[in-house]
Design a binder for this molecule. Structure first.
Ligand code: PMP
Length: 445
């Protein structure tokens, strides 16, 4: 069905849009009707350059025939198979291929894969595996989690509890026993840092403080995004993740990296684990796993954790957990085709080639009205604007509308503009994003 004709627009009354000011949106809707390569097409027929890879997920660009053909073939072959007590070869095949590029390489041992349907499900899965692991090794008192302020780990009750987004926490009840590290954003010391900020590794010692407060014997795992994305691109200070790893190991606490955004090439290495050379015990992924084409997530689990749960009676279910859509055959087909594209086109490391030019282009926005900080790493950028008194987020939102009307899709979170184009971007696309954004920032003055 095509909605490319504006007169064909359906009623806006029934669809309750997620994370959207529905009433505001429905008064002035913005619709995308098709996509190819680096561009969307809006319902009034305009090309819109995708500066955000959809929602940080379309890493190989849009409309990839290799993926859509694989999906179509799979739909015609095996549309669905029960995920419990039954197998289909594609899930094993996809897991094996993922194991070959697993975070940290063979030495890290993160090559056991649990499939989920989304990033939120990956997070809840990782948290549950952490608890089950601690129990399996006789550490059943370890039921607490440590998250981080300004962390985003999806919308499940586990994810919002370990996350540190105030709005989430105000409305919904939280898992008991969760505490938080401070976030690492420190504009006083690190404003306009390029790549990893110099200052703040000592903030990892918050974990030591929380161990002293709660007792190591109560803490199952600590979870962080190596680079926090959705809360405004917070890049970890040099040495921070290493220190977190060291403290967690010393106290028998599992370390979980949430790589739903950073996974699959966003930083210029296959995973943040590879980029930083820091190896956690579990890694959550989704988004780029299937190029966003079919919903899917995956948790990479270390052999240590996996094997500890494989020691009970043989007929027993080792982990009482799973989803109807775990390892969905169509999602696996999309994922396998996606990995093939990543490998054939070198996309898992392409952001490293673009990063220098990207960083220079984005940092050239310094000096524009209200720009108070810029952060870049890999093919990601966060541009923070000074809050307008009494209208937090309004400037960034106006820039978003202005850019969309002028043919570039950016993303805003509060007063921060986040950029993360598909990894197939060419320098000309980077120029266009920066040119449009510059004009928009001048106008929202
Ligand atoms: N974790 C992180 C780090 C994310 O960025 C996101 C989504 N932006 C999620 C979890 C949740 O993923 P999903 O929306 O697929 O549930």
């Amino acid at each position: 069905m095509s909605y490319a004709n504006l007169s064909n627009r359906p009623s806006l009354d029934h669809y309750w849009m997620p994370f959207t000011a529905n009433r505001q949106f429905k008064a002035a809707p913005r619709m995308l009707v098709s996509a190819e390569g680096m561009h969307y097409v809006s319902d009034d027929g305009r090309p819109v350059l995708d500066g955000t890879a959809g929602l940080w997920c379309v890493n190989a660009g849009h409309g990839r025939r290799q993926i859509t053909d694989a999906v179509a073939r799979q739909l015609a072959t095996l549309d669905y198979a029960p995920s419990f007590q039954m197998g289909h070869p594609l899930a094993f095949d996809f897991a094996e291929r993922l194991a070959r590029i697993a975070p940290g390489g063979a030495a890290a041992g993160l090559d056991r894969v649990f499939f989920t349907g989304s990033g939120s499900e990956s997070v809840d899965t990782a948290l549950k595996i952490a608890i089950a692991y601690q129990r399996a090794i006789g550490q059943g008192t370890r039921t607490r989690f440590i998250g981080r302020e300004r962390g985003y780990h999806g919308v499940g009750f586990g994810g919002i509890s370990v996350g540190g987004i105030v709005n989430n926490r105000r409305v919904f009840p939280q898992l008991p026993g969760v505490d938080h590290l401070r976030h690492t954003h420190d504009p006083a010391r690190n404003a306009f840092a390029k790549g990893l900020p110099e200052h703040g590794a000592e903030l990892a010692d918050d974990l030591e403080r929380l161990v002293a407060l709660h007792g190591a014997e109560t803490i199952a795992a600590v979870i962080v995004e190596p680079v926090a994305g959705s809360t405004g691109v917070l890049v970890p200070p040099k040495g921070y993740l290493e220190r977190l790893r060291e403290i967690a190991t010393r106290h028998g606490i599992l370390l979980i990296f949430d790589e739903v955004i950073t996974g699959f090439g966003r930083l210029g290495a296959p995973f943040a684990v590879d980029y930083f050379g820091v190896v956690p015990d579990l890694v959550t992924t989704a988004k780029g796993l299937t190029n966003g084409v079919i919903p899917m997530g995956a948790v990479f689990v270390s052999r240590k954790v996996h094997d500890a749960l494989m020691t009970g009676p043989e007929a027993a279910i080792e982990l009482f957990h799973g989803y109807t859509y775990s390892g969905h055959p169509v999602a696996c087909a999309a994922g396998i085709a996606t990995l093939e594209i990543y490998e054939e086109e070198g996309l898992l490391t392409r952001a490293a080639e673009l990063a220098g030019a990207w960083q220079d282009a984005i940092h050239a926005l310094k000096g524009l009205p209200h720009v108070i900080d810029i952060r870049t790493i890999g093919l990601v950028a966060g541009i923070e604007l000074e809050s307008r008194p009494g209208a937090a987020g309004a400037r960034a939102y106006n820039a978003f509308i202005d850019c969309f009307q002028n043919g570039v899709l950016i993303r805003v979170t509060g007063d921060i503009i986040a950029l993360s184009p598909p990894l197939i971007a060419e320098p000309s696309h980077i120029d266009e994003i920066v040119t449009r954004l510059t004009a928009a920032l001048r106008r929202v003055h």
